[in-house]
Design a protein around this ligand. Structure first.
Ligand code: ZN
Ligand code: ZN
Length: 387
């Protein structure tokens, strides 16, 4: 509404006081009043006296005025704004603006839905992971608790056995002491009535006590303590390690499938590339050429390129950014889940997981790449987790 009334007052400002229409070819007199060129000229023509301004009556004998181009332009604009064509154009403009905003609104809504789905997904996956982690820890706790119970039970058993032996010994000694006490009393009585006792009776009394209790070996408390202490954490850690399921497979290289340029250590856990091919028996399983490493071909691998670039050979390749250069890589194949996960075995940080991994049979695949003369001469080694 404010716009409308502004339009109206602007229209009034631009209206000629003579013809009461929008200025046509507006001109300005020195008194700063404006009129249509035709109107002021006509007015002056009709004036019987000295030409003057119809508004302020200032006289202009020379009939001088200045064409006001700026005002003419403004009048044209206002005139145009009133036209049906312009109204149509404005309507179209507004409709377009509305449509663009509605479209953007739809776009935002769609994006919001996507983010909300992500929130749901995140919550769901977090819940599943939470459950899985709890279950894994519960298993570890259970193993530790079972171990604790077993160790304490063993300690209790040993203590019970030793106590039984020691208490038995105490009992034997007490029985002996009772016999000795009776003997002492008997001898003392005999001593008290020496005159009445026969010499034969005194001589027949054995000088040595009649009761004997075998000396038992002393309890080795130090040994008892030592055998139940020791590096407990280390011992139980080994137990935990043994409980890892499935246990890591102790892999060895397969010389039958190896490229002829590869040389192995005797135990088949280290391999080095040589410039020259070795004489090897032919086998259909032997790798002789480069293979294209991609999941579609049944290869789920990590690659090191240009010394520092780590890539997962997914489709397309994914650049990895481990915190440290990789020295040892852990590989975890989960046939049930259909995943192959790679870890930095140094700190067990996750590197990459391939999904939808499936095959009838799985084989480990290694490539030393070229030894490049001096560089890359270190053998590639298979590390076994000692259990
Ligand atoms: Zn006029
Ligand atoms: Zn005037």
């Amino acid at each position: 509404m404010a716009g409308r009334s502004q339009d109206r007052s602007l229209r009034e400002e631009l209206t000629c006081a003579i013809c009461c229409e929008l200025f046509s070819e507006p001109v300005m007199l020195d008194c700063m009043h404006h009129f249509c060129k035709g109107c002021i000229q006509g007015y002056w023509d009709s004036c019987a006296r000295i030409p003057s301004c119809p508004q302020c009556r200032r006289e202009f004998p020379s009939r001088a005025f200045r064409t006001h181009y700026l005002l003419a332009g403004l009048v044209e604009k206002v005139r145009l704004c009133g036209s049906a064509q312009h109204q149509q154009k404005m309507q179209k403009h507004l409709e377009d603006a509305l449509q663009a905003r509605q479209k953007e609104m739809e776009n935002f809504l769609q994006r919001k839905r996507v983010v909300q789905e992500e929130i749901c997904g995140l919550t769901k996956v977090s819940g599943e992971l939470n459950f899985k982690i709890r279950a894994e820890f519960a298993r570890l706790h259970q193993i530790l608790e079972e171990e604790e119970r077993a160790v304490l039970a063993e300690l209790g058993k040993k203590e019970e056995q030793s106590l039984a032996r020691l208490h038995g010994h105490v009992g034997q000694l007490e029985e002996g002491m009772a016999v000795l006490q009776r003997d002492i009393e008997h001898v003392e009585q005999t001593l008290g009535k020496m005159e009445e006792v026969s010499l034969l009776e005194v001589e027949s009394l054995d000088i040595r006590p009649s009761v004997r209790v075998e000396t038992q070996p002393a309890l080795d408390l130090q040994h008892y303590r030592d055998s139940h202490s020791g590096p407990l954490q280390y011992i139980f850690w080994r137990q935990m390690l043994r409980s890892i399921c499935p246990a890591p497979a102790p892999l060895t290289f397969d010389p039958e499938s190896a490229h002829p340029n590869l040389i192995f250590s005797r135990d088949l856990t280290a391999v080095t590339e040589r410039n020259r091919a070795q004489p090897v028996p032919s086998s259909p399983r032997r790798f002789r050429q480069c293979v294209k490493l991609c999941p579609e071909n049944g290869y789920w691998t990590l690659r090191l390129r240009n010394r520092t670039e780590y890539w997962a050979t997914a489709t397309p390749w994914v650049r990895l950014t481990p915190h440290h250069p990789l020295q040892k890589v852990g590989v975890f194949l989960d046939c049930e889940e259909g995943t192959v996960a790679f870890f930095n075995a140094g700190d067990m940080s996750h590197l990459f997981t391939f999904h939808q991994v499936s095959a009838e049979r799985y084989c480990p695949f290694f490539s030393t790449c070229f030894s490049d003369g001096r560089d890359n001469m270190e053998p590639m080694r298979l590390c076994h987790l000692a259990l």
